[in-house]
Ligand binder design. Structure first.
Ligand code: NAP
Length: 291
């Protein structure tokens, strides 16, 4: 099929969500006199991390959340980091906690993820939250997989009873997305296949998909011959190639065939940013017993 109307505009979806969050935050403030506050811990001077934290701060401003940054030096040890997390866990003005990665190598990332209180774990990296999702009773949904879910819902792409092929099985994207799409609830109930680097003949799976979600971190992995004209293609990948940001999908080829497709940039990324804000508001509501 392939036509110029098959593009999914992630920026426009993110803008709509942002406006919804502004209204919800205002309503919450009127009811409870509380502004959601997100606390971010960053260690060292990694440029990508600094950029990402600045973006979180900007997004907090956009939806009228409070934001605080704890910038620690790169010689911070695990005990010092755990002590700060514990302080933020106990701070009843902080509703969401993010510990920016990468962490200095002596710090054990899993210990840190486990230390963030599950109720403030807006990244949804604590194994307790992943376990809740696996049991079908999530407290939060992790941001990037939730962005894919939100895009499918808002674009009215029905996945119930449909075959979704996810390329990538990471704990951040592929695996939790498979759990979300398997939930017994409206807009989910999909039949899910998860592919990875050991999958033999990837194209055999993708060609049978109603929806392909590419989350492999391999530039232009999904080519035109791997999709059919009924396929919806959601590209999570962000890869830098010759100074340019490209997805895991060969957009030029696939956009001519797929029924719907997200671009990179301007697809999943902007919606992911808003999912973090959504989780922060949700955390504030949960802690203050507001549905
Ligand atoms: P990751 O931890 O590196 O995982 C990549 C997954 O893809 C692994 O499961 C790997 O298989 C699989 N894979 C690698 N090469 C493959 C191949 N040739 N065929 C099939 N599967 C293959 O990456 P991630 O953190 O999940 O991120 C994936 C991509 O999404 C990256 O480009 C990342 O930058 C991007 N991302 C975007 C956002 C956003 O908001 N837009 C957020 C997070 C991540 P094995 O398990 O066998 O190694």
């Amino acid at each position: 099929m392939g036509n110029e109307n098959n593009l999914i505009d992630g920026k426009a979806i993110a803008e709509t969500i942002k406006n919804e969050l502004i209204s919800e935050t205002e309503k919450f403030f009127q009811e409870k006199n509380i502004m959601p506050k997100l606390s971010v811990i960053i260690i060292g001077e990694d440029p990508a991390s600094l950029f990402y934290v600045r973006m979180i701060e900007r997004n907090c401003k956009k939806v009228n959340f409070q934001f605080e940054k704890h910038a620690l030096t790169s010689d911070t040890n695990e005990d010092e980091l755990l002590a700060l997390i514990e302080q933020l866990n106990r701070d009843d003005k902080v509703y969401g906690i993010i510990v920016q990665t990468p962490l200095p190598s002596p710090i054990n990332q899993q210990n840190i993820q486990k230390a963030v209180h599950p109720g403030k774990d807006v990244d949804c990296f604590n194994p307790v939250n992943m376990g809740n999702l696996a049991m079908g009773t999530p407290l939060f949904l992790p941001c990037t997989p939730n962005a894919v879910f939100e895009i499918l819902k808002r674009e009215k792409i029905e996945v119930e009873g449909k075959h979704v092929v996810i390329v990538g099985r990471s704990s951040i994207v592929g695996k939790p997305l498979s759990l979300i799409l398997l939930l017994k609830q409206p807009n989910a109930n999909a039949t899910v296949t998860v592919c990875h680097s050991r999958t033999g003949n990837l194209a055999e799976y993708t060609r049978k998909a109603d929806v392909i979600v590419a989350a492999a971190g391999k530039a232009r992995l999904i080519t035109g011959s791997m999709v059919t004209d009924n396929t919806v293609v959601i590209d999570v990948g962000t890869n830098e190639v010759e100074g340019k940001l490209v997805g895991d999908v060969n957009f030029e080829e696939v956009s001519k065939i797929a029924s719907r497709i997200t671009p990179v940039p301007g697809g999943v990324g902007p919606v992911t940013n808003m999912m973090l804000m959504k989780n922060t508001l949700q955390a504030a509501k949960n802690i203050n017993n507001t549905v």
